[in-house]
Design a protein around this ligand. Structure first.
Ligand SMILES: [Zn+2]
Ligand SMILES: [Zn+2]
Length: 133
């Protein structure tokens, strides 16, 4: 089992499943939501996600139609995102997980939107200009 928490520690969660590979996203929305060049997301089955504390702290922002970004209202940490059309998948932010991870990034998405000051490492992973196909 893997556990994660936000910056203030008010939101704590567990993932009761094997982790999927990390998906890196360089879109402009993720850039602003994270305050950095890339979002590092892990898709998790909603049934395997357990919110341990902080239900009252979570807030949602609909950054584009049908896409909710869920964050801690006390410290601002992004926690996960969810599509209204796919409520069974939560895309948790890998940086919140507390243990060393057994998974690694698997792809770079929306690289056409990447900030011009950031260089993607030559890691051999697939790169998608927009949404991965
Ligand atoms: Zn917090
Ligand atoms: Zn994105």
């Amino acid at each position: 089992m893997h556990t994660g928490s936000c910056l203030c520690g008010g939101v704590r969660f567990a993932v009761e499943d094997e982790l999927q590979p990390i998906q890196l996203c360089y879109c402009a929305e993720c850039r602003k939501a994270q305050g950095g060049p890339v979002a590092s997301n892990i898709p998790v089955d909603a049934g395997a996600f357990r919110l341990l504390t902080g239900t009252d702290l979570l807030r949602e922002f609909e950054s584009s139609p049908g896409k909710q970004r869920v964050f801690c209202s006390r410290c601002g940490s992004p926690v996960f995102s969810r599509l209204t059309s796919r409520p069974e998948v939560l895309r948790i932010r890998a940086g919140l997980l507390e243990q060393p991870l057994p998974v690694r990034p698997s792809r770079h998405a929306f690289v056409a939107d990447k900030a011009n000051w950031w260089t993607i490492p030559e890691d051999g992973l697939p790169r998608f200009p927009q949404r991965p196909t």
